[in-house]
Each structure stands twice: as C-alpha cells, then as structure tokens.
Design a protein around this ligand. Structure first.
Ligand code: GDP
Ligand code: CA
Length: 301
C-alpha cells in the first residue's frame, strides 16, 4: 500500500516516524510544508523539512520537541556575542545541515534534490519531498499588523491573534509530488496545524486539485486533543477563524478533501460531516506514534 502524507514540522514528524514503522518506508512519500522557510544569518533554513529529517533519521530531540538531540549552541553564543541575528535558534549540529543546503541552493540545485540527498545520507528510506521547489512564504495577518511566519511565531511568540493566513509566491509542485498523490492508495494529513502547516501545502499549484480529484481515501488526523493544541497556536487559530475547536471545526479546514477525521477520545462527539475515527491521538513515544499511524491507516479501509 502506497501512502502520501501531507505534513508540517513537529506534530507531522512524530506521526511520520510512526507511519514508517507500520508500512515499508519505501511505500511512504512525505510532502512537507515549506511556507515556514526563512533565511537566517544568510542560511536557507527549512524548519518543517528539518523536523521531518531529524525524526525520520532518529536524530530529533524528544525533550525540546524541535531540532537535534545532543545539540550544542556555541556558534549561536558567538553570534550573540558579536551582536548578530540570534532570535532564531540554530544549534551547532543543525547548522551543518543548513550549510550544506544553502550551498546547494546557491549552486542552483532544487530544494527537492538537496532534501533527497540529505535524507539519503542520513539513511532515510521514506521519500521526503518539499511541497514546492519555488519560494513560498506564509504571512500572518493580525490586529497588530502582517508578519512573515517566523517573525510572528518565534520572534513574537505567536501571541497575536490571527485574522488570516496568506501564502506568497507563485508555486508549482516539486517533482514527484503530484505523481505521489496520483499513485497513492491512500492520502493522509498529519496532525499538523491546518492553517500554517497544511494550507500552505494545499496552496501549491496542483496539490489541492490533486486531492479533490483523488479516487482513494484521504484521512486527516486532528492536531487537537480535547479541543486543545498539544503545542502551539492551532486551538486559538481554530477558535478565531473556524469558530470553535470541535472536530467539525478541524474538518472544516479540509472541506471536500477528507473522507475521515481521526480524533482523540477526549474530543466532543458533536456532529461531524465526515467519518469519525476515535482513538488516543497523543504521541508520547514511538509506540504511541505507531498506534496512531495504524489507526489512521485502518480508517482508510
Ligand atoms: P510545526 O510545523 O513544528 O508547528 O508542526 P506541525 O504543524 O506539524 O505540528 C503542530 C501541531 O501538532 C500542533 O497543533 C499540535 O497540537 C500537534 N501535535 C503535536 N503533538 C501531537 C500529538 O502527540 N498528537 C496530536 N494529535 N497532535 C499533536
Ligand atoms: Ca512549521
């Protein structure tokens, strides 16, 4: 069974890690969000792709929830001491990846190619594709003004309420993305933030249409547990932009695109227009990630 997974960073990466325990990794294509990408200190950083790379390679830091395990911060200390740009935290090990990617992009290699190279070098067998090789940037409209995604998320600690999200850039799907969606026996949407992790993927030319035209089931996993985000602003965004944090509000973000929604047993059992699959959706370790992936795949049948 071939599966295509749409994914953001941390929530998506935890789920992807479980998925490759359930299916042969070579049957899994992960399509990652690049709307969060940014340049820091002259380096091209792709936070969501990197979360996926580190999780799939088993190199991620479980405690911190992002970045690499066994990380150190000496380069960043130097940056701070020199009065450089230090609002976006890059660890020493993490920096190595950004150096390799930045050099490749400057030499004209597409993001999809350098991502594949990095994944292969780290022994990742699943296919990891950026949604697009083109420059896409998520903008957040708030009562305090419009901000590039990371300025709102990291620098301002996502404290501003969100009125709307926008995706800047004319983007075409990266090589292999539309093919993977067309060839999949099932399409999964990870428990990622719908607005800032999944919508930017859907905004890439051809991807939403690919999902709409699917002849196979598409199952989303809710990123809320008991109506609350496990981490981050997804619950506040849903409350403000979708009108609530019930499963129906999550499903409304994917209207016309999903056949089932996997929700937590602590979520309200209020009306839902798509098939509801109830399970424990909190991923605290590899076993719980695997169980959630198993349930999501079970919902495909
Ligand atoms: P980001 O790009 O790093 O912000 O990551 P994602 O968008 O992929 O994931 C963020 C979302 O993951 C948040 O809305 C969390 O509520 C959700 N999330 C994190 N851990 C879990 C979990 O264990 N279970 C579920 N269901 N959602 C989770
Ligand atoms: Ca992200």
């Amino acid at each position: 069974m071939k599966v295509a997974l749409l994914s953001g960073g941390v929530g998506g990466a935890r789920f992807a890690r479980g998925l490759v325990e359930v299916l042969p990794a070579c049957d899994v294509t992960v399509i990652g969000n690049v709307g969060d990408d940014l340049e820091v200190l002259g380096l091209a950083v792709s936070p969501d792709l990197d979360s996926l790379v580190y999780a799939l390679a088993g190199l991620n830091d479980e405690q911190r929830g992002w970045g690499r395990a066994d990380e150190s911060w000496r380069a960043l200390e130097t940056v701070t001491a020199l009065g450089g740009e230090d609002w976006f935290r890059l660890g020493d090990r993490d920096l190595g990846l950004h150096l390799v990617r930045t050099q490749a992009l400057r030499a004209g290699e597409p993001l999809s190619a350098v991502t594949a190279r990095i994944a292969a070098a780290l022994g990742i067998e699943a296919r990891l594709l950026p949604a697009t090789d083109d420059r896409q940037r998520t903008w957040i409209d708030t009562p305090a003004g419009s901000f590039p995604f990371q300025e709102w998320f990291v620098a301002r600690g996502h404290r501003d309420e969100v009125d709307a999200v926008r995706f800047e850039g004319e983007t075409a799907a990266a090589p292999g993305v539309l093919e993977a969606l067309a060839a999949a026996d099932a399409i999964l949407i990870a428990p990622s933030n719908p607005y800032v992790s999944i919508w930017p993927i859907l905004a890439v030319g051809g991807i939403r249409a690919g999902l709409e035209a699917r002849r196979v089931p598409c199952v989303a996993v809710s990123p809320l547990v008991g109506g609350r985000a496990v981490k981050g602003p997804a619950d506040r965004m849903l409350a403000r932009m979708a009108g609530g944090t019930e499963p129906a509000h999550v499903a409304s973000c994917y209207a016309g695109l999903i056949d089932a929604l996997v929700v937590d047993e602590s979520d309200p059992t209020t009306e839902l227009a798509v098939r509801r699959v109830v399970t424990r959706t909190l991923m605290t370790d590899l076993a719980s990630s695997r169980r959630l992936a198993e349930t999501a795949l079970g919902a495909v049948a």
